[in-house]
Design a protein around this ligand. Structure first.
Ligand code: PNS
Length: 166
């Protein structure tokens, strides 16, 4: 059984992440989407929301699991008895940081292999950070994030608007 861990902050899940997860399900028996706790001091989506979103999007995919982790990624991967870390590579600009991370992880956990996967071309410029920025400034994010993410972004905007008027 080939088990892969796809770690990240997923704040929020984008269609680029979804694309990588779907590709991963064709390569591995199971892919664990592992959301890092406390990755940012003030994430837009709570951990529970991020878990719910991934669960909802992959509710028909028994070989996709959602989990949370803290501490070292390699310790989590070892604990889960997984073989592989999956990371998405969108552009050359991702490469340097990913290369450093992969080699550090290899030093810390020599048996764990990092596998890089490229998303479909139409998602190569998307990041969670850009989605949040564009949405907060009134831009359209439809087609770039799952529908549940778009609707939850709208809910947050409404709540913020209500808080501002009250
Ligand atoms: O979605 P992100 O923010 O690019 O994900 C980064 C993540 C979670 C993969 C990375 O920060 C991580 O693995 N953090 C856990 C702590 C750790 O193991 N650090 C050393 C990695 S070289």
């Amino acid at each position: 059984m080939k088990l892969a861990v796809y770690p990240g902050s997923f704040d929020p899940l984008t269609n680029g992440h979804v694309d990588i997860i779907e590709r991963g399900t064709h390569l591995f028996d199971k892919i664990i989407v592992a959301i890092l706790v406390n990755v940012e001091k003030a994430p837009l989506f709570t951990m529970q929301e991020r878990v719910e979103i991934v669960r909802e999007v992959f509710k028909e995919s028994p070989n996709v699991e959602v989990d949370v982790f803290d501490g070292l990624l390699v310790d989590y991967v070892t604990r889960r008895k997984a073989d592989v870390i999956v990371r998405g590579l969108r552009a050359l600009s991702d490469f340097e940081a990913e290369f450093q991370m992969a080699l550090m992880n290899r030093r810390l956990g020599p048996k764990i292999e990092t596998v890089f996967m490229m998303p479909a071309e139409q998602y190569t410029y998307i990041s969670s950070r850009l989605i949040k920025e564009v949405f907060s400034l009134g831009g359209q994010v439809r087609g770039l994030v799952p529908a549940i993410v778009e609707s939850r972004l709208k809910d947050k905007q409404l709540k913020k608007g209500n808080a501002n008027v009250s």
